[in-house]
Write a protein that binds this ligand. Structure first.
Ligand code: ADP
Ligand code: MG
Length: 247
């Protein structure tokens, strides 16, 4: 037994003859913010996709809360407690911010059919509380389709939180954002972790963001694990400096 909420053992993924991920092991501990870093093409997104059920591993075992999740369809993995912000393609652009969060709350409770019924005012308070968490309480009535990248990401976080996840998978959560948006989104990731106890596994190119946010870091290179540890140890690793930090 370990206190890992997510554990990968010997996970590999091949695409034809190409090995995208080879014999990866990874332990994400309950309550931590864990960064998965490595150069482009290292296999990070492939790995997250396997955890989220979007891509079957070619070999290996993936355990969530001690139970194998290999072979489960994505919706069952979400139901088990794993959310991923980058999978939410279900933002309704014409609906308002708060309506989108209410939909996510109702989906969680299996009440989608009552959405457009007259009594749909329910869950307004819960939706508002989630939007306060991501500092969007002033954007409630804005159409979701008009949001800038950073605002959209924060709405996605609120919608993911509606499912009360234990683990959030974030693939490059600040990609394509301005420096201001990036620091806001980063602060919200920290807050979600600190106040709601949500474990976070994320990939990120911005190395300063990684070292200032992650409790532990796993470095991938060419599909395999280079090292895993606390930021100071990872930063001091000569192979990391050479291969990843370009020193
Ligand atoms: P990262 O997210 O670390 O940049 P990826 O996981 O996206 O890396 O990709 C790892 C490697 O696997 C890359 O060389 C990529 O081209 C390859 N790859 C990813 N998905 C597929 C696919 N569906 N078919 C073939 N090759 C793929
Ligand atoms: Mg990627």
């Amino acid at each position: 037994m370990t206190d890992a909420v997510l554990e990968l053992r010997g996970v590999s993924k091949t695409f034809g003859p190409f090995k995208a991920v080879t014999d990866m092991s990874l332990s994400v501990l309950k309550g931590e913010i864990h960064a998965l870093i490595g150069p482009n093409g290292a296999g990070k997104s492939t790995l997250l996709n396997m955890v989220a059920g979007g891509l079957p591993p070619s070999a290996g075992e993936i355990l969530f809360a001690g139970r194998s999740i290999v072979g489960l369809p994505p919706h069952q993995i979400v139901h088990a407690g794993i959310a991923r912000s980058f999978q939410i393609t279900s933002i309704f652009p014409k609906l308002s911010v708060i309506e989108n969060v209410r939909i996510a709350l109702m989906a969680r409770q299996g009440r989608c059919r009552s959405l457009f019924a007259p009594a749909a005012g329910v869950m307004q308070d819960d939706a508002l509380a989630l939007l306060e968490q991501v500092h969007m309480e002033r954007d409630l009535d804005r159409p979701a389709g008009e949001l800038a990248a950073g605002d959209r990401k924060r709405l996605e976080f609120a919608m993911a939180l509606a499912g009360a996840p234990e683990l959030m998978l974030l693939d490059e959560p600040t990609a394509g954002m301005s420096p201001e948006e990036r620091s806001l989104v980063t602060a919200i990731i920290r807050k979600i972790n600190a106040t709601r106890g949500v474990t976070v596994l994320f990939t990120e190119h911005d190395i300063d963001m990684v070292f200032s946010t992650a409790h532990r870091i796993t470095v991938m290179h060419q599909g395999s694990k280079l090292t895993e540890g606390e930021p100071a140890a990872v930063r001091a690793n000569p192979r990391v400096r050479e291969l990843y930090l370009g020193e």
